[in-house]
Design a binder for this molecule. Structure first.
Ligand code: ATP
Ligand code: MG
Length: 410
């Protein structure tokens, strides 16, 4: 296999764009007589003119040897062994070339479903290419020789904006179903088109995702919804029928929740864009809201007990698919439970606005308002109430009953 080799100048790549820690690791590996490259997102995003999230390094040096060269390192993973090299400001992943192409499964261990259970046989760069998922993720870059090495037409696919697996899509999905989410995530992030063969593979094998460890799916959910392309991720996931696999608990009969999600994720992306923080709990509160909404019949009449039961049940069921860490599950439940307090206006409302979770609950109420027009009165009232001074708050409380009654009579 002869790769295409380009000079990095062609893509306007500059050492200034690269993590100095990544450069130092590569240089040290070279000095110890090994090959070492930047691979994956680091080079892919630089070619696209984006700022890479991180730099992954690949080398022909084996993990134990990397461990010896870098004192600040440790070996992690069993199914897929790699080395973490720690710096004060970041941790870099360094992997060793893996062997075994898609057609020769001698060196990767697969189970009876074709799933990879172990992938720790070292190989050459040529073999390593074939172990990677997408063509755009298998470009190698040596920043010291300035060579960009492409075995799979990844550069062309980057240019043509295409998401393609290396090898047979169905096989690659069966080897590791999480690749479905990876293909969707990169399509969403880069605004690329998913190859027809992949779309067919997803359709056929999407339920395999449910057999993946919930912790791994959780990690992917974070990357899909918390990296600035949540709206696109949602669109891609739902158009490929994957959203319903990950969040299977409701039926969106009239497209109401579709609207809710589009709007909520657009705002999520805008929040990140304007430098605000995102809370995982809030994202989950959005993702799981339809089921709570339907089960508890919150739009009709609130039955507190029923509401609490629905909430607990929805979170519990989701845990089985994508884990929901404990520290976030209490946040999620609080945001939902607090929705009830917006309808129970009284003396306690004064304290509610000082509640730690008030802001999140209020933001959530605004999102609900987009699909529940009946909430307009409540939203307007709370919007005024929350910023009012004490005297005005008391006045608003005193007139609430009358105003609320008038709205039903008119
Ligand atoms: P990101 O910008 O999210 O970091 P990335 O492409 O660098 O994107 P990583 O998860 O950091 O993704 O993985 C680094 C590289 O390792 C990928 O580009 C790909 O070549 C390979 N890789 C990661 N996960 C898989 C997988 N499940 N199957 C095959 N190859 C994978
Ligand atoms: Mg990466």
């Amino acid at each position: 296999m002869t790769p295409d080799i380009y000079n990095d100048k062609r893509f306007g790549i500059n050492h200034k764009d690269i993590s100095p820690n990544a450069l130092s690791i590569i240089s040290k590996l070279h000095k110890s007589g090994f090959k070492a490259y930047i691979v994956g997102g680091g080079i892919r995003d630089m070619i696209k003119g984006l700022h890479p999230k991180d730099f992954d390094i690949v080398t022909d040096c084996e993990p134990e040897e990397i461990r010896r060269i870098f004192r600040n390192s440790r070996i992690i993973g069993r199914r897929f062994k790699l080395v973490h090299i720690a710096f004060p400001d970041e941790v870099l992943e360094t992997t060793t070339f893996r062997s075994g192409g898609t057609n020769s499964s001698e060196s990767i261990e697969v189970n009876d479903k074709g799933r990879i259970v172990r992938d720790n046989h070292w190989g050459t760069q040529e073999e390593d290419v074939m172990r990677r998922d997408l063509t755009i993720n298998s470009i190698y870059y040596d920043p010291f020789s300035h060579e960009v090495i492409d075995y799979t037409n990844g550069i062309k696919d980057l240019k043509d904006r295409k998401i393609k697996f290396i090898g047979n899509s169905s096989e690659r999905i069966l080897e590791d179903p999480v690749r479905i989410l990876r293909a969707i995530r990169f399509a969403a992030k880069l605004n690329f088109t998913i190859d027809k063969e992949i779309a067919d593979g997803i359709k056929e094998h999407k339920h395999q995702l449910l057999e993946m460890p919930s912790a791994r799916l959780y990690e992917e959910i974070l990357k899909l919804f918390m990296s600035g392309h949540a709206e696109n991720s949602y669109k891609q996931l739902s158009s490929h029928g994957v959203f319903d696999v990950l969040f299977p608990h409701y039926q969106d009969r009239d497209g109401l929740f579709h609207k809710f999600f589009l709007n909520a994720f657009r705002e999520t992306d805008q929040r990140l864009e304007s430098g605000k923080k995102l809370n995982v709990g809030f994202i989950y509160a959005i993702l799981l809201w339809p089921k709570v909404f339907i089960d508890s019949e919150i739009s009709e009449q609130i039955n507190f007990k029923k509401f609490y039961r629905s909430i607990a049940g929805v979170v519990r069921k989701q845990q089985i698919i994508t884990s929901v860490p404990k520290k976030f599950s209490s946040f999620i439940k609080d945001v939902w439970m607090n929705q009830v307090r917006f309808n129970r206006v009284g003396k306690k409302s004064l304290n509610f606005t000082k509640n730690l979770r008030f802001r999140a609950a209020y933001d959530f109420l605004l999102l609900r308002g987009k699909i529940e027009p009946d909430l307009k009165f409540t939203i307007d009232w709370w919007t005024e109430f929350k910023t009012a001074n004490y005297d005005k708050k008391i006045r608003l409380l005193n007139t609430y009953k009358k105003k609320n009654a008038r709205r039903y009579n008119s």
